[in-house]
Design a protein around this ligand. Sequence first.
Ligand SMILES: NC(=O)C1=CN([C@@H]2O[C@H](COP(=O)(O)OP(=O)(O)OC[C@H]3O[C@@H](n4cnc5c(N)ncnc54)[C@H](OP(=O)(O)O)[C@@H]3O)[C@@H](O)[C@H]2O)C=CC1
Ligand SMILES: N[C@@H](CC=O)C(=O)O
Ligand code: NA
Length: 362
Amino acid sequence: MITTASTSPRTVAVAVTGVGLVGSEFISQLLSVSRPNPFRIVALSSSKHTLFSPDGLDVSTSSWKDQLASAPGKPAADLASELARLVTPAQDVVFVDNTSSESVAGLYPTLLAAGVNVITPNKKAFSGELSLFEKILGASVESGAKYLNESTVGAGLPIISTLKDLVATGDKIKKIEGVFSGTMSYIFNNFSSGKEGGPSFSSVVKIAREKGYTEPHPADDLTGSDVSRKLTILTRYIPSLKPKLPLPAGYLSVPTTSLIPATLQSLITPEALASSAAADAFVHRLEGSDAEFDKMRSDALKDGSVLRYPLSHPFATSLGGSDNIVLFHTERYSPRPLIVQGAGAGAAVTAMGVLSDLFKLV
Ligand SMILES: NC(=O)C1=CN([C@@H]2O[C@H](COP(=O)(O)OP(=O)(O)OC[C@H]3O[C@@H](n4cnc5c(N)ncnc54)[C@H](OP(=O)(O)O)[C@@H]3O)[C@@H](O)[C@H]2O)C=CC1
Ligand SMILES: N[C@@H](CC=O)C(=O)O
Ligand code: NA
């Protein structure tokens, strides 16, 4: 819980779990916060190694990776218990989950119940079983600890905060439309730009991955499940759309069309989606389907379309890079919608969203 009335300067104990693309960039941004930096890093952890010091780690941008690599492991649940013990009326504790792990997401209710704030770009807890989401809400209300997840939709773009503000101030959401995938945006902006020919589909997916736009396994983007998760997250902030319990296992409310070629379908299993070796193999195998995607591109052009919209649609040519665009049509923002647009994927903008959530807490 964050309080404002205090006579001594407060510091905030921050534990960072997941030090991949977004996590590393987040640590770098956090360590670069201008003085006085209110944040003290008490833990850094990957799935194999954990650095933990209740008084604050002595780490720098150039040293933390080596320090972490030589540290022993600690299960995330044990770290959660240690963090719970750090919560006192004088000390705020924040758990920052930069993984895409469901098991780490499953710890949020326990952390929140113990008064540990949770900040994350991980979509799993907010787009999976509704019962987990409800436990998160309940634990947060009961203890006063906050959870903030701006980067789960549109990376650092203010989409969740905008939606929450609209709802909290009594506006009525009529429709939300947009482009919710940085990866899809990048792929289609570069693969099918409305001109004859162009790069191969697999090469563009590979570059999107190298640029850090894709999920750890790019199939999570190409199946549409990443977009489905984001839309599910948004629906949960719209009171009139709140689904009713009980929901079937694995429930996701938003159906999407998959771009995975039929020949590669068998590679997409839950185990594969959690494996970086499987992700490498998948991207490699995608080359075998390039001719299929070339044909889709030229067929679309013959119909006066790019591979997502007719050329006349504003989204067809007005977006570049990994841009997302979200149009909120509401009672107040009508007939012209409130529009949020900008890069919707990549380490820098995602970590910025996570760090800005941290600033919102203090
Ligand atoms: N990339 C982007 O543009 C955006 C990403 N996001 C989200 O940000 C999150 C991170 O993405 P990204 O950095 O690209 O993914 P990465 O795969 O690069 O990083 C995730 C890290 O989590 C670690 N990890 C996995 N399980 C655990 C665990 N149990 N405990 C500690 N660490 C663990 C993995 O490493 P190891 O197993 O080696 O420890 C890995 O390094 C994801 O949830 C993603 O959906 C959200 C918006 C945009
Ligand atoms: N893989 C995602 C990253 C952000 O959520 C995307 O491409 O949008
Ligand atoms: Na966002």
